[in-house]
Design a protein around this ligand. Structure first.
Ligand code: FES
Ligand code: FES
Length: 155
């Protein structure tokens, strides 16, 4: 039998009272229970970065984060980045700099990119690439992604 536990979680500044299996990941909670499908399930094993979100402002891989660890913390997903109709500067930069092609990896790339700038890992292209190395892109949009980060870091 599955053990269901009641959880109160705050996602994009909205509070949700839910019941979840003790082994439910944040990624499944978002996508399957809350219909927040921006974070993508690429590998489900911590190897692609497509599921990246923020917990208390730090980036995490939501496929490796248990929902049960979330009460008292604030989760931010790609859906919570824009301010109404106003895109986040990193979203605008990805559009301006061709930071994506098919778009599958993009929500995770953008969440990592926001953390990259916020944490100041932008002193060189090598430093940006190192910080972003956990976010894979099958389309090879890496140059545009680095440019997007440099653009926002310079603002
Ligand atoms: Fe989480 Fe690939 S889906 S790292
Ligand atoms: Fe297609 Fe990155 S834009 S996987």
């Amino acid at each position: 039998a599955k053990e269901q536990i009641p959880l109160k979680v705050s996602i994009n500044k909205k509070s949700y009272a839910i019941k979840a299996d003790t082994r439910t990941t944040l990624l499944d909670l978002l996508r399957e229970d809350l219909n927040l499908t921006g974070a993508k399930k690429g590998c489900d094993h911590g190897q692609c970065g497509a599921c990246t979100v923020h917990v208390d402002g730090q980036r995490v891989l939501s496929c490796l984060t248990l929902a049960a660890t979330l009460p008292g913390k604030e989760v931010t997903t790609i859906e919570g980045l824009a301010n109404g109709d106003q895109l986040h500067p990193m979203q605008e930069a990805f559009i301006a700099c061709d930071g994506f092609q098919c778009g599958y990896c993009t929500p995770g790339q953008i969440m990592s990119a926001v953390a990259c700038v916020k944490e100041g890992h932008t002193k060189s292209i090598a430093e940006i690439k190192e910080f972003m190395s956990g976010n894979l892109c099958r389309c090879g949009a890496y140059n545009g992604i680095v440019e997007s980060i440099q653009k926002v870091a310079a603002q």
